[in-house]
Design a protein around this ligand. Sequence first.
Ligand SMILES: [Zn+2]
Ligand SMILES: [Zn+2]
Length: 365
Amino acid sequence: MAVAVAAAAVAGAGKPRPRAPRALLGLPEVHIQTRGSTHSSSGSVPVRASVRLERPDAASGLRPRWPYAISIVAVHLLALLACWPTLFTWSGLVVCVAGLYVFGTLGINLGFHRLLTHRSFACPRWVERAVAILGVCCLQEGPARWVAIHRKHHQHSDEQPDPHSPLVAFIWGHVGWLMIENRETDSFHILHRYSKDLVSQPFYLRLERRLNWLWIYLLHAIAFGLVAFVIGVAISHPTTSRGSAWLGVDWLEAARFAASVVVWGVLVRTVLVWHITWSVNSLSHLFGYRTHLNTGENSRNNWFVALISNGEGWHNNHHADQCSAAHGHRWFELDVTYWTILLLERVGLARTVKRPGRTATIQNP
Ligand SMILES: [Zn+2]
Ligand SMILES: [Zn+2]
């Protein structure tokens, strides 16, 4: 309760405000009230540094989650290979930038978040599964666990037991929570509690089992390397002075090209998408303006996060209207992810796209 009061003070209300309805998306017999704010006003409210939240009880042991901690550090270190000039190619850079949209925007924003978590639009099953696999290629958990953790965040935003509130500490909300064991989010129970609609489908259950989502990530990285190597062989122009030339192919140059594409197109892109997603959890719950003051937590509309994430940074709007496919609610709140959904709707691949400001009730799929 003390935390709820503190969070209200941070939001500038001066006294505890009634909390907006929390969407328990996907849970049985839950009616989802997406109109989180019936009263809206604009304002920018500073965060009081003194406001702190304890870590969730289930993570109070501070026991490292070694596989995650080691993987996160290792991928960051491997991505630093991008600083080696030999591994820079313009092709690698283009693959990286394109991958931010293909995997980050389509996979995480549009797929994991707006489609699977909030069902803000409907689409053919093959489209849903395609974007789910794109999300898997971002190394951010399997879709069912990602969705469960995010639904739990919406249910308990900035209060116990929010898995990743930055009111604990900025670094906790950004990445720390991933590196510390949390009995609740690590359990299989959370999948049945928060993403039963997904794990009841064999496709999503298989992705969670035996870490199949992780194997898919590794396979896609290998595929990037193999395809790039073949292209490298095809475009190779060996010179007689290079000892690596054989059978008319400069194999060393082809390998360098493949390594460049993997480093930039997979590792650097993975790290960038990580930090973009993590920034929504951290920066967008600390800094920015609040259009909707009565959301009952500390979410913000953060233009920087919105720009780098193609729309996810309009997080206060999102908390106020969780089922809306659009996170940008005003003309200047650019939302590339929503534009993509509208494009899918235009070509017949998306339907029942939920517009902002509408009360929606979603039945458990
Ligand atoms: Zn959400
Ligand atoms: Zn949030």
